[in-house]
Structure formats: C-alpha cells, structure tokens
Design a protein around this ligand. Sequence first.
Ligand SMILES: [Zn+2]
Length: 237
Amino acid sequence: MKLDKASQSALLKLSEVDLEIGHIKQEIIKSIESKDLVDLRAKQSELAGELIAARTVVENLQSAQLRADDDLHLVEERIAKDKDRLLQTSSPKDAQGLQSEIESLQRRKSDLEDAELELLAEIENAQAVLTEVSSRKEQNSKELDELQQEIQTTIDDLKTRGRKLTADREILVAKVSEEVLKKYSALSARQVAVGQIENRSCTACRMGLTANVIDSINDLVEDELGICPECQAFIVR
Ligand SMILES: [Zn+2]
C-alpha cells in the first residue's frame, strides 16, 4: 500500500495518538469505578442506616422515660390525696385501709423512680452511641467528598488531554490517504496498527523478525508501506 514519506510519519503519529486516547479512556473508566469510591459509598449508606437505628433507640427511650414520668406523677398525686383523706377520716378502719394503700403506693413510687433512673442512664448511653455514629458518618462523608473531588479533577485533566489529542488526530487524519485510513481503522480496532522495526523486532507486536523480512521491508520503495508478517501492522521506516 502506497503512502508518501511525510504521510507515513503522520500515520505513525496517528497510531501513537490513538493509543494514548484509548489509554485515557481506560483511565477515565478506572477513575469512575475506583474501588475506594465504591467502598466509601457503601460505608456511607451503611452508616446512614446505623444513624437511623441509633436515633430510634434514643427516641424510644425518651418516650419510655416520659411515660414513666407520667406514671410517677399519678402515683404522687394519689399518695397526696390519700394523705389528705387520712388526716380527715375518723374511722380507724378507713385509716388502716388508707395507710396500707399509701405504703403500697410508696413502694410503687420507689420502683418507678428506680426504673426512671435506669432509663436516664440508658438514654445517656444511647445518646453517646448516636454522637459516635454521627461523627463517623460525618468523617466518612468528608472522605467521600474529598475523593470525589480528587477523581473529578483527574477526570477533568484526562478529558482536557483527550480533547487536545482529538484535535491533533484530526490534523493527522487529513494527511493520510483514504485507502490507508480504512485499513488502519480496521486494524486499530483490534491491535496496535502501526509499528517500526526496532532491535530486529516489530514495535507493534514485539515479535522478532528474520533478516529476510527486515531486508525485504527495507528494500521497499520509499512510498511503500511495510507490513509486519507477524501481526499485519503497517511498518513505517
Ligand atoms: Zn508486528
């Protein structure tokens, strides 16, 4: 296949540019699919769940404490009422009944107070857990934001390089004949499409070439493109 010397250089450069564009695309995908990012996102939703659970525990304990408080007030009111009635009654039988009810209410009051103290301690613990989970979630969220920012910067840089290379590519493509470009496109879809002979090897496939092959490529007229017998890539001299 014929291509003048200047266009052969453009073809070689085009192949290098395309390989770099391919590399940039892979880097962008790798950045988007970063394992650290996936891990931090998973951790974030796990912590969101933990936070809801910890908040629910605190709220349930606070409701229980309010109920215990109400119960305690009722018992206290009842005791006060019984004491008033005790002062007013003249019947020893009624007095005895009231006395015994007051004693039983006092025991109930004491139990409720103990239970409320226990609830207060549990609320304190649950609030400490909530604070701890909330701070871990905040820290994770900060790390996630930083990593996302970092990845975005990397991707922006890669895209800028990609745009520059795409512009370079347009200039190079214009220098290569339609016929060569067609074969180049088919080749570059599956392999390195253009190579040179370096250290008696094809730079496209890295295979060693025989002296005969090298001689026959070197003997081609200047505007004839060589072909690697191993990988079928164009060989530019
Ligand atoms: Zn080759």
